[in-house]
Structures are given as C-alpha cells and as structure tokens.
Design a protein around this ligand. Structure first.
Ligand code: F6R
Length: 741
C-alpha cells in the first residue's frame, strides 16, 4: 500500500528520499515520486512504475539541468545542486558554516485507489499555485464535495486523485490566512483538516518555507524518527517553544528528522521514533519539532521511543528474496516467540503484558477474534485450539465485515485483534468500533511494537517474528500460530497454578510439572521446521508440477483446515494461480464439480488422525482424474497409490509421549452443557484412535502439525511462483500493510 517518506536536514535530500522509497517498495505500489524544497524552488519528480524508473528520471533531469546555463534554467539548476552532492558554489548558493542549508524532501510510493497508475496521478501533487506539494496515504471520502467547492473558487485539477483536491483545499485555507508566518500555515492547515472526511497521513512542503516539513495523520500511520546531530556552536538556536526535554533538564538539542509511513525506511537513519496519534500535526523546522493537536494547541509532553530494528535485518542475507529468507528464518523466529513467553526462573508460561486485564480474561465467556487475510487463517487455528483445550467458545470474524453487520456483543466477550503489521485499516476500524460501542477488553496479537493496534488494544502479545519484509506473510503466520498455542496453554496453566476463578476454563494442567514438560517439548519443536526446510528441493519438484496448472485446490481437516486456506492464499498471491482452500469434507458440497485432470488437489493429511476420512476424499478426487498431492505422514500405501506426489513430513518432533498424559487426561468437568449434550467421557487419545488406521501408531495431540505443514505449503507456493517467474517479494496489486478500508 502507499508509502511515505520525508526528511528535513542538511544531507543529500534526493538520495535519502530515493533510498527511503526503495525501502518502502515491499509495501506494494505502482508509481513513485518525490518533491524537493530548496532555497530556489519546490520541484516534483514522479513516474509510474518502479522507484528505479523515478531514480533514472531524476538523474536525467539533474544532468539536463547541469548542462543548462543559469540563464536557461536558473531555478532547476540551482535547486538540483542543493544538498545533492553537487557543487553549490558554482550555482551561487551561499553556504552557511556547515556548508549546507536545511532543506526538506518528501517521497511517495502510490498504490492506485482514485485514478489509474500514471505519471499524472502519482504523488506528490502540487497545489494550483505550485507553492505547496503534498504526499498522501489514505482516502478522502468527501472529495467530491470539496472538488465542487474548489471548482467554484476557480481551482483546476490535472489528476484524477483525491489528493490533488486535498492539497488545493489546504491552499485555499492558507490563502485566506496568509503564509508569511509558519504559525499561520499550521493554523490554516488545522482549519482545512477539520473539514476533511476520511483517512490521511500527509506530508507537505512549502515553496516559501523550504526549511519546514509539516505532516498530519488520521487513521493512517505516520512515524517521526530522529537522530542527534552534532551541535556546532554556530548552529541556529531552536525557536521558542521548540525545546526538547532531556534528563538533564530543559535544553536545546539538535536533531535531524525523518518521517515515514512505517519504521522500516527510518531504521537506517534514526534510533528513536514517535508514532503520530490521530488528529495530530507536526512541524519540523530548524532541527526541531513541534506537535499540535487538531483541537488544542501545542502538545508538550510527547516522547520518542528507541527502535530495535537492526540494519542487518533489512538485508536479504544471501537469499534470493526476502520471502525465502523469512521462510528459512522460521526455526529461529519460532524459538524467539516461545522464549519471549516463558519465565526463565519458574520455567512457566508467562504473558506479563496481559496482567492489566487478567480479571477480564478470566471472567470472559467468549473470545471474539478479529483479523484479515493470513491473520484470519491464524485466528481460525486459534479457535480450534482454544475451544478444544480451554473449552471456551471462540468466534472468528472477518474484521471488514464485523462493524457493518450489527454484531451481537455480550457482556463478557473478550476481543483479540490479530494483525502482524498492526496497521490493517479493516482490523483497526473493527477494534475501534468495539472500543467505542462496548466496554470490552481487547488483546492485540501483533508483530509491530508501538503500531496502531498495540496502542488501540488494552494489552498486546508480541509474536516476536522479527521484521517481515516479504509481502506474503510467512514467519509472522507461524509465530501467530505459536502465540495462540502459548496463549492457550497459559490460560490452562493459570487455572491450575493460581487457582484463578475462571468462568468456563477447565483445569486441564493439573500440575506445574505438566507445564514444564510442554515447554521443553515446545523448545525442541523448531527441529521439525528445520527438517521440512532441508527438503526444500523435493518440494520444488512438486512446485514445478503445480506451476503448469491454472487452478489448485487445498484441502485440510480440523486444525489443518486453516492451513489449507493459507496454502491457497499463499499460492494465489505470489504465483497468481487461482487457488481455493476447503475443509476436505466440504469438497463434495461444491468444489468437486471443478475436479478433472487439470486440477491439482493438495491434501493436507497431517498424521493419521483423519486418515480414513482423508482417504475417502482422495478416492473421490482420483475417481475424477484430479491430480492428488498429499502432504503429511504418507506411510499409508493406499494414499501413496492414489497420489501423484506425496510430500512426507517427519512429525516425530511434533509429538512427545508424555504429552499423552498431559493433554488427554483432561475431562470436561467445567462445561456442563457440553457434557450433557455429547458423551465426552473418553479421553482425547481414545477419540483419536477411533479414527486411526490400525498399525499406524498411536494418535497423540497434534497442535504443532499445522505449523510444520505450513512450512511445506509456503515452500510450495514460493517455488511455484519462482517457476512462473513472479516477483515473490512484491506480488502485483498487493501491499504489506493495507492501510485503507
Ligand atoms: C497474505 C497477507 C495478508 C495479510 C492481511 C492482514 O500473505 O499477508 O493477507 O495477512 O492483509 O494483514 P495484517 O496481519 O498486517 O493485519
């Protein structure tokens, strides 16, 4: 989705903006542009296509400009040489003691919403006078109304974008108030923003004030980063009101500021960030920042937080793509996720961040999970696990649907929002709706500390996947699954170790040693993922086969059903092969009509739990000449005989004999209703064995099999996309964080 970058300082502005745009590429975009404000002019460069196209275009303009005399093109030549590494003295620019002046630049990667992807529609956009340049993420809902108003005022529009209307509406308000003083600009901006309906994160440059950079946000992310610069004695002092509080007291600090729509492009430049809140405006001027709220005046008590993204995490580390690197990082990311959630001293599950709402968690009678896309698939897995082991009802909701369908929310509902980016507009809007309308507590499960979702929720569970740059989510998904497993065990542990009075949770973990047992089991699990990764080339062969087809079907049962959905999602988003995920049983209720010799059907059979039922599905597919690919423990000869390919997985690390004692001895004593309506007297082991083919071993709990299977479907999608020569890191039309509804 659209990305924003901004800089104000004395460095090579064009270079910084282009580098920033390159690091925003992972978000997905179809055009790119930048505006540079120098002492002589405010210039815009923009192109549809990749940032590399913009870079070449800019270089060409610089060359052309430097071959002109000052007489031919006085403004372009002078401005381009400023802070771009050019020799400014030749162009007659007066230098200050540091050789450079403070100038500002903004950049944008656009993902078309209003108007096609074209040079004209690309950002930045000028106001009619060319005095203001804007970049904008979001959607202005009352753009038609504003456009008609501005047309009446004599404004004209060159592009099809809502952003051009936005910048002219700002200009209209500034014209009324004047722009001699920067304070007037801020005031006029406030007036304009109060009349804007919709979402925005904007950056603005001003021809008459090249030293300032202004930004504002509402319902779209914007992060300001800063780093200390050397405080030379002849530096200009910050203006009144632009003092920064430090531990030593109030004193002036010389900072250099960078702004972006997410932390990633800032990571290489800054060590502290502040996420702007909705309805805030910032003004960066002379190495200092002021933050205003739309309603009140200056905000004085804002803080910057250190960021922990290391520069090396941004590299591909020798892999061909971020996606492949991130798939291979999973043994480590899973371990980090587990480590983060275990207390070293007691060796028990420890989700300290949930402490502030413990009572609400314990008294919850239902959990409602809101999320989108891959995170929604993780949520379905969470439902299966939590309902199975904790005996508490879990509802899964597509976040985009939730708030528009008059949902029934009850008193003791506990909400979980899952979003790896923490910035998905659909999820945020749904959670905001919950917050505004119900007195319910919200847990966010996210991969981005300090992201909007973590600030919106009451408490946050960090999935600890580390930076994920590939647009198709991989390691964040498996860490979401692991986080949900641990959340589940933590709930179970709480009931036994604290005697917490839970309304519906069963006391399944009867003693501390059970928890220690399961933790040591989880700690050794990453080797199961490593074994799958070691078989990447075998999976590659199957991918070559799949790459020849136009459609594919993924089938799975129980906890492998969400993995079937995820397999189809991964395949379609990066290889553009149409794919659907179904519960294996659902196949006969419709999708079976599609099965013929041109339909590969990827069946996730897991271990032997549903072997008989899976076998029936496989028979049905085979009878219709479908091409069967089975993933799981494929020791069964009948399965082998019917499959075109079998991807065998060694699930030995997904089980532990003592798990049998730990999980399966549970009895459903707390859920009377369920006990009465169904006979759950048998242990899990007994139930599983009912479905087991004799001779294939004892069935034990299998909550980790979906994670192991996920790694196979990720590699399958990855290799298929590579065979189809697709750009796996930047699949078409997709964005890493979808910040519009
Ligand atoms: C697919 C993918 C998307 C996201 C979805 C929600 O690989 O990444 O389906 O899962 O856009 O994103 P988050 O989790 O950031 O809310």
């Amino acid at each position: 989705m659209c990305g924003i970058i901004g800089y104000s300082g004395k460095k090579d502005i064009a270079n910084i903006i282009i580098e920033g745009l390159q690091s925003l590429e992972y978000r997905g975009y179809d055009s790119a542009g930048m505006a540079l404000a120098g002492p002589y002019n405010l210039d815009i460069y923009k192109k549809s296509g990749k940032v590399s196209v913009l870079k070449e275009f800019y270089k060409k303009r610089v060359l052309e400009a430097s071959s002109f005399t000052d007489k031919n093109s006085p403004e372009i030549g002078k401005n381009l040489s400023h802070n771009t590494g050019g020799d400014s003295s030749k162009k007659g620019i007066s230098k200050n003691a540091n050789n450079k002046l403070i100038c500002s630049g903004i950049g944008h990667t656009r993902w078309a919403t209003h108007g096609i992807a074209s040079d004209i529609n690309a950002h930045p956009h000028f106001s009619n006078s060319s005095n203001i340049a804007i970049v904008h993420n979001g959607i202005i809902e009352n753009y038609n109304e504003l456009k008609n108003f501005l047309l009446g005022e004599g404004y004209i529009f060159k592009s099809q974008t809502d952003t051009e209307i936005f910048v002219n509406f700002i200009e209209y308000n500034i014209r009324k108030i004047g722009d001699n003083e920067v304070d007037d600009i801020v005031f006029a901006l406030k007036v304009a923003l109060k009349k804007i309906k919709g979402q925005y994160a904007i950056l603005l440059l001003f021809k008459n004030h090249p030293e300032i950079l202004i930004g504002a946000k509402k319902n779209a992310p914007l992060v300001v980063g800063r780093t200390l610069v050397e405080n030379k004695s002849n530096e200009s002092m910050p203006e009144k009101g632009m003092f920064i509080k430090t531990k030593k007291g109030v004193q002036s600090q010389n900072y250099e500021y960078f702004v972006a729509s997410d932390i990633l492009p800032l990571a290489q430049y800054v060590n502290e960030v502040r996420f702007l809140n909705d309805n805030e405006i910032f003004l960066i001027k002379s190495n200092n920042i002021k933050i205003f709220s739309l309603d009140e005046s200056v905000i004085t008590d804002f803080k910057f937080y250190p960021i922990d993204i290391k520069k090396e995490n941004i590299s591909k580390n020798g892999y061909d793509s971020y996606m492949l690197k991130e798939i291979f990082e999973q043994p480590i990311s899973i371990k980090k996720c587990i480590k983060d959630k275990i207390d070293n001293k007691s060796n028990l599950f420890c989700l300290k961040t949930l402490d502030p709402i413990l009572q609400d968690i314990f008294s919850a009678e239902r959990i409602i999970i809101l999320s989108c896309g891959t995170s929604l698939n993780a949520a379905i897995y969470g439902k299966y696990i939590i309902e199975k082991y904790c005996n508490i009802p879990v509802s899964i909701e597509q976040a985009s649907e939730f708030r528009y369908r008059n949902p029934l929310v009850r008193n003791k509902d506990l909400f979980i929002g899952i979003s790896q980016s923490g910035e998905t507009a659909d999820t945020l809007k749904a959670l905001e709706y919950v917050k505004e309308n119900y007195n319910a507590k919200i847990i966010s499960i996210s991969n981005a500390k300090n992201s909007t979702i973590t600030r919106l929720a009451d408490v946050n569970l960090d999935i600890c996947a580390g930076l994920e740059i590939g647009v198709a989510s991989t390691k964040a998904f498996t860490n979401q699954l692991m986080t949900l497993i641990i959340f589940n065990f933590w709930l179970m542990q709480k009931t036994s170790t604290t005697g917490a009075n839970l309304s519906v949770l069963p006391e399944r973990i009867s003693k501390v040693s059970d928890t220690i047992d399961i933790i040591s089991f989880l700690n050794s699990f990453s080797s199961a993922i490593s074994k799958v990764l070691a078989n990447s080339d075998k999976i590659q062969k199957v991918a070559l086969f799949i790459s020849k087809f136009k459609s594919a079907l993924f089938l799975g049962r129980d906890t492998l059903f969400p993995i079937a959905l995820e397999g189809a999602l991964k395949l379609k988003e990066i290889s553009y092969i149409h794919a659907e995920g179904y519960s294996a049983a659902e196949m006969k209720h419709g999708p079976i009509a599609l099965i013929d010799k041109n339909m590969p059907v990827i069946t996730l059979i897991g271990n032997t739990k549903f072997l008989k039922k899976n076998l029936s599905s496989i028979e049905e597919i085979s009878a219709r000449n479908g091409k069967i690919i089975t993933i799981g423990t494929v020791g069964n000869l009948e399965v082998k005989a019917l499959s075109k390919y079998c991807i065998d997985i060694d699930f030995s690390d997904c089980f532990k004999p003592s798990m049998d004692g730990f999980i399966t001895k549970a009895s459903f004593t707390h859920n009377k209703e369920k006990q009465n309506s169904e006979t759950y007297s048998s242990s899990f082991t007994e139930k599983f064995n009912e479905n087991c083919t004799p001779g294939l071993g004892t069935i034990q709990d299998d909550f980790l099999i979906p994670i192991t299977t996920t790694v196979v479907i990720q590699l399958l999608a990855y290799h298929t996309a590579i065979y189809k020569k697709c750009d796996v890191d930047k699949p078409r039309n997709l964005a890493k964080s979808v910040t519009v509804e």
